[in-house]
Design a protein around this ligand. Structure first.
Ligand SMILES: *[C@@H]1O[C@H](CO)[C@@H](O)[C@H](O)[C@H]1NC(C)=O
Length: 323
């Protein structure tokens, strides 16, 4: 469809009619009080894929679908009735309409890493690193080449290497501490047997302090362990109560407890160093806002929701999962 016809009055009327019923449902869902703690914040954008709690600076850091990063400061004296405010801190002008997705805080080096991707064209992908105090850019590394890709999430190991998942081709880019592209991790295990499960491939990724990565594949629901101490050896983690279908974001609650967030968020526990694991709890918060990634604040699990709502000002919700 031509872009201009998207904005014709007839088209808008049609969309309004189509969406009248869902809107009514959404309004009632929005009015319902969630049982757990929620951080609401006013935002300039409709879509925020990732937010991470920055404990040292008492704020959330959020990634913008329109590209860039914002901070959402949380005051000492919290008042749940007053929405927080998002402030833009990073905007790369020459990245045009590329979106920002997964982000991670590298506390050791006082910086944040964020992934950029061209969602519609699948032709551009990058990872940027920024100083947490000044927001000065430390590096901005292009990842994508001719292969169509969709860079999505990032994790950082103890040495400062970054690992960026490609949700389209199910591979992982490895980027050095100064931003140099080092290698690409590919493995036959990353290719699901059913062709249709490869549409949304490797997605959420985290670094475990014992020297390995954990990564989830969204449509197959498979969890992988990539041992960096054994030459990036890849193994499937056997998950009782799995597969972790539609798993999106990952975060460690402790070395033995992993949160896998998404349409349904799950708490997964392992007692053998992540060779096997089991689902011990599930949570689906406010579904109509599309749960994506997860973060830990004061020992509690919070789920980011991509869709902002509200008029005249868009409001986003970061919802506590009672794990
Ligand atoms: C993404 O950024 C690259 C590099 O600056 C640019 O060439 C490309 O046009 C951008 N893509 C979009 C969709 O804006």
């Amino acid at each position: 469809m031509a872009l201009s016809s998207l904005f014709s009055p007839r088209f808008l009327a049609f969309i309004l009619l189509l969406s009248a019923i869902p809107v009514a449902i959404i309004v009632s869902l929005e009015r319902a009080q969630p049982a757990t703690n929620v951080y609401h914040y006013h935002s300039k954008g409709w879509l925020r894929e990732c937010s991470k709690w920055d404990a040292d600076n008492n704020r959330f850091i959020v990634s913008f679908i329109e590209g860039g990063l914002g901070v959402v400061p949380v005051p000492e004296k919290e008042d749940s009735k007053v929405p927080l405010e998002e402030v833009t801190v990073v905007k790369e002008l020459n990245l045009g309409r590329n979106s920002s997705f997964g982000l991670t805080i590298d506390r050791t080096r006082n910086r944040v890493l964020v992934v950029y991707a061209d969602v519609l064209g699948h032709r551009f992908g990058a990872v940027g690193a920024y100083d947490l105090s000044t927001w000065n850019r430390i590096f901005l590394t292009q990842l994508a080449d001719d292969e169509k890709s969709f860079a999505n999430d990032v994790a950082v190991d103890a040495k400062g290497n970054a690992y960026v998942t490609d949700v389209k081709a199910s591979k992982i880019w490895k980027v050095g501490v100064d931003g140099e592209l080092l290698s690409i991790i590919r493995n036959p295990l990353f290719i699901p047997k059913e062709w249709y499960k490869s549409f949304i491939g490797l997605n959420g990724i985290i670094y475990h302090p014992d020297g390995f990565l954990i990564v989830v594949q969204t449509l197959s629901g498979t969890l992988f362990k990539i041992d960096l101490t054994k030459g990036e050896e890849v193994k499937v983690i056997k998950v009782a109560g799995g597969p972790l279908l539609m798993g999106d974001g990952l975060e460690l609650l402790s070395p033995t407890k992993l949160v896998v967030s998404g349409f349904v968020s799950r708490l997964v526990e392992s007692s053998d160093g992540w060779n096997s694991a089991s689902v011990v709890a599930k949570f689906s918060g406010i579904r109509h806002r599309i749960a994506t990634t997860t973060t830990i604040k004061d020992g509690k699990v919070y789920i980011n929701h991509a869709a902002g709502m509200g008029y005249p000002r868009k409001k986003h919700a970061i919802v506590e999962a009672p794990f």
